[in-house]
Design a protein around this ligand. Structure first.
Ligand SMILES: Cc1ncc(C[n+]2csc(CCOP(=O)(O)OP(=O)(O)O)c2C)c(N)n1
Ligand SMILES: [Mg+2]
Length: 271
């Protein structure tokens, strides 16, 4: 990746992170931890890789992005607002009565959202269907699915994984946000997912593992995934829950937090 492209994406990620903190902060409470850990992957997908058109959100051959861990909706909304899918002012209505931006992703409410989520475990099944449909249409579209590490304790994920591997759905690129925390504690204490790379390999995925906050590494991993034929891809993102929000980063209970005005202003350097 060229230096200036990397700088552009780094700057975008910072803006998206700040918008997300401000959005949740102004509402006063929300899923800050899991939103902060997916900022970089969203940045690479939306600003570098995805074949999308904000002016034509439903174009049939577009790439699809599924935020299966639907509680990270605010991070996705920050990107979609920045890309012009809807007016930026909408972000100040997050989760309020009548909003088009509910805390969890809803494809019927928000332009640019490809799949409704919130009930964990369902996104990969939807993504497999979309990827298979794109293959049948031979339209060259990719499907990107973002899963949580706690989320994959849901059995449905593995039914979908088995099918994707079996059918060699190679236009399916799945990310695991491996932030080591689920709602109420550490994954390893509650129900370990290790050996995680071996599990996906056993389901016939092409598996890579990268620093999930390293934009260049994520970008290269996606390129590698696209160069692989005859296998779906899993990119394990080693991330930090709450990354970049000083009041949440590295804190065990950062899943959903109340955020004070002082905290979000200090974290974003905004008024
Ligand atoms: C089927 C289902 N069970 C439980 C919940 C409640 N819940 C919301 S987020 C969450 C934790 C998910 O952890 P993880 O996938 O690691 O996401 P992170 O918080 O790290 O973003 C849980 C249990 C849910 N939304 N759906
Ligand atoms: Mg997690």
């Amino acid at each position: 990746m060229e230096e200036n492209q990397l700088k552009l994406l780094d700057d975008k990620a910072l803006k998206i992170r700040k918008d997300t903190i401000e959005m949740i902060g102004r509402f006063g409470v929300g899923h800050i931890g899991g939103a902060m850990s997916v900022i970089e992957v969203l940045t690479v997908i939306y600003y570098e890789k995805a074949n999308i058109d904000p002016k034509n959100p439903l174009k049939s051959d577009r790439d699809r992005v599924i935020m299966s861990k639907g509680h990270a909706g605010p991070a996705l909304y920050a990107v979609l607002a920045d890309l012009g899918y809807f007016p930026r002012e909408w972000i100040y209505t997050l989760n309020q009565n009548g909003t088009r931006l509910p805390s969890h992703c809803d494809m019927n409410k928000t332009p640019g959202v490809d799949m409704t989520a919130g009930s964990l475990g369902q996104g990969l099944s939807a993504g497999v269907g979309m990827a298979l449909a794109a293959k049948m249409d031979n339209n060259g579209a990719y499907v990107y699915v973002i899963l949580g590490d706690g989320e994959i304790q849901e059995g449905q994920v593995w039914e979908a994984a088995m099918f994707a591997g079996s059918k060699k759905i190679d236009n399916l690129i799945v990310f695991l946000d491996y932030n080591k925390l689920q709602l109420d504690g550490y994954i390893c204490d509650i129900n370990t997912i290790e050996p995680i790379a071996d599990k996906w390999r056993a389901f016939n995925f092409y598996v890579q593992s990268v620093d999930g906050h390293d934009i260049k590494a994520i970008s290269e991993a996606i390129d590698n995934a696209k160069a692989q034929h005859d296998a779906p891809s899993m990119i394990i993102l080693n991330t930090i829950k709450g990354k970049g929000a000083y009041f949440a980063e590295g804190i065990k209970n950062c899943h959903s937090m109340t955020i004070t005005e002082e905290q979000w202003k200090k974290a974003t350097d905004r008024e």
